[in-house]
Design a protein around this ligand. Sequence first.
Ligand SMILES: [Zn+2]
Length: 209
Amino acid sequence: MRLIVLGTSCSNPTVERNLTAIALQFEGNWFLFDCPEGTQRQMMKSGVSYMRVHSIFLSHFHADHVLGLPGLIATMAMHERDLPLYVYGPKGTKKEIEKIMDLALMRKNFEIRVKEVGRGKVCEGEKYEIDSFPLKHGVPCLGYVFKEKDKKGTFQREKALKLGIPEGPLWSRLQKGEKVKVKGKAFKPEQVMDYSKGRKGKKVSTLTQ
Ligand SMILES: [Zn+2]
């Protein structure tokens, strides 16, 4: 996991500092939290690939949190992005994104999948989960929690093969902590898992207002 603060200047840019936004890299993808004016240049300057942005999480629709979106989306379109872009935000996000896409003859050559969220799970991948929670700010506003799932340990394939457990769905069940049976013989996860390699997942919360 890599975390890059793209700006810390709240709502007024200065010569040295950009408006507040955060980029988080996990397993090759970038997750962007807010997208104020100037975000794409900050991304370029700090080595954040705008073409690898998987999802954008918007806290709210005050100008200093979203005015970088049209420019970033236009650049992605110009560079022939074809992967869908996921955009999450509070109630009203769908309408606001529609307005942005109606601006300035924007090209629409990739899909923007917008989801309005509130409290609870926003989305998840195999190794991460993202939750949101409401913040008090006068307009609908959200904070986000990026959670790396706990690593339970390492699966020891040699041990599994030695015990005669065939590769396939039984292996993933053992990794999930379930017991399995092979030809009437029962096996427990601890027979093939090395739990000494397990660790708690990291967690990053964003509170941008
Ligand atoms: Zn605000």
